[in-house]
Design a protein around this ligand. Sequence first.
Ligand code: SAM
Length: 195
Amino acid sequence: MTISLVDQAHNNITNYLSEGNIAVDATMGNGFDTLFLAKQIGEFGKVYSFDLQASALQTTEQRLNKEQLVQRVCLIQDDHSQLSDYLTKDGVHSIRCAMFNLGYLPGSDKSIQTGALSTIKALNSVITVLETPGIISILAYTGHDGGREETEAIKAWAHTLSKTDYRVSIQVPKLTKNSPPELILIETIEQELPA
Ligand SMILES: C[S@@+](CC[C@H](N)C(=O)[O-])C[C@H]1O[C@@H](n2cnc3c(N)ncnc32)[C@H](O)[C@@H]1O
């Protein structure tokens, strides 16, 4: 049985998140990832979720309300490149996890899609506050206009990270189409204390 890259992202993140953690969903969309994160971080954690579109916030709020989890989430209508302002304003200086599920909202305006400049600005913001252990998950799509460029820019950025501090892995589905999505995972490496 093959599992989707979304499920693979969730499975990897589950190993990192526990009650009381802070997580970021940089691309809220229809709220599936935000709901997943809200369940993981428990009553005393917080999820900061961003999207440019008001409709994304409405759909996500409804989804969270159904499960009575809306109080665990800050729903923010803004560009994720601004996310450090929101974290700083709330006194948040460390996070356990950040999720990026890039591209556009299915069934919505395809011109509102993520792009390399703002995505990399957001990645720079989250990596400076990422805890050890901690994980950033980026699900990147390559089949739409600009998608391949964004994916390559992110991989180039990831390869500039210190190899002693971060482990970067990239998963591509095996039964591959012409332009398969790619799951890029960045995990902090715990440093061994000198003996
Ligand atoms: C593929 S969807 C996300 C799916 C979502 N994680 C879910 O669980 O349904 C991508 C979303 O990114 C949003 N987006 C695009 N550019 C953005 C930006 N610069 N800042 C924040 N959100 C952005 C789009 O509006 C869209 O809703």
